[in-house]
Design a protein. Sequence first.
Length: 369
Amino acid sequence: MSPAKKILLLPGDGIGHEVTPAVRKVMDWFQSSGLTNFEITEGLIGGASYDVHGAPLTPETLEQAKSADAILLACIGGPKWDTLPFDVRPERGILGIRKEMNLFANLRPAVVFDALAGASSLKAEIVQGLDIMIVRELIGGLYFGQPRGIEDAPDGRRGFNTMTYSTSEVERIARAAFELARKRKGRLCSVDKANVLESSIVWRETVTALHAAEFSDVELSHMYVDACAMHLARAPRDFDVIVTENMFGDILSDLASTLTGSIGMLPSASFGAADASGRQPAIYEPIHGSAPDIAGKGLANPLAMMLSFSMMMRYSFVMNENANLLESAVQNVLKAGVRTADIVEKGQKSVSTDVMAETVVKELERLAV
Ligand code: IPM
Ligand code: MG
């Protein structure tokens, strides 16, 4: 067997402490059945790191992250840390690791699982079969632009941020999105606000030029972000791949994932550029947050975290059979009506995080023979 793949697990905060042990059960099953050879370590990030070290991201965790082949992160944050100074809030930990690892491409799928079409806030006939991918630029734009800050002003204080995009920043994310569209239905919608923002003018002209130069086989359209939000809520299946800047992507991906009725089901991945040896830094994480309202109650849905692990096996380790196996197990468990509280339907009883994990493991066991 090839050398062990190093995985760093970052449980983070809130329900992270429940969904991580759940995915661990699945990982242990893969390990003990000899299908994988992983070396798994755990680290601290977010509030959990602040409580121990006084910082949401330490050099040690960053070092662990950089030496891992892939990272599986649950979620961060919670009311306990909401009143901390801005620079040590849990969110700074996640933004810091993205920036330090240069993870510029964030892939956020919004998929409606057949068994869950009835759980959407939209009519089933609008969302059935929905399968879109939002490619969000992750380390530029308004989140990181300089100058930024808060200063004194005659009327009190003035807070300011800068939205900036350069040609090369747009090009690398657009290229990732075009390549992905090519592997899917061949359609890319680039979302900006070019009727108002200069950064969007550069965004649009760069995407258009790259399309003409390298990707004319992909069908490209442009949409303003407000129109895109409306279109997503009205006819989401019109989209295949959407590419957009950091903050627009943050907002649109929440909207898109909630349309699926299963935010507790959706994984995501963030990638940096591959190095000379082809090694590409990657963090996989569920789309959901730390859900402080249900944390500690055993109610959390561990499937998004499991599907994030599956995405890791598929994209970082090219273990497609393992990924297929895990995804089939999840599908079957859903079809059998096993649900956590967030996706329970009329007439079904909901199960706990642990029972869901054990059921998936049993199904893996059954499928593997
Ligand atoms: C997300 C989250 C983060 C973001 C927060 C936690 C910093 O909302 O991953 O979408 O805004 O990027
Ligand atoms: Mg968000």
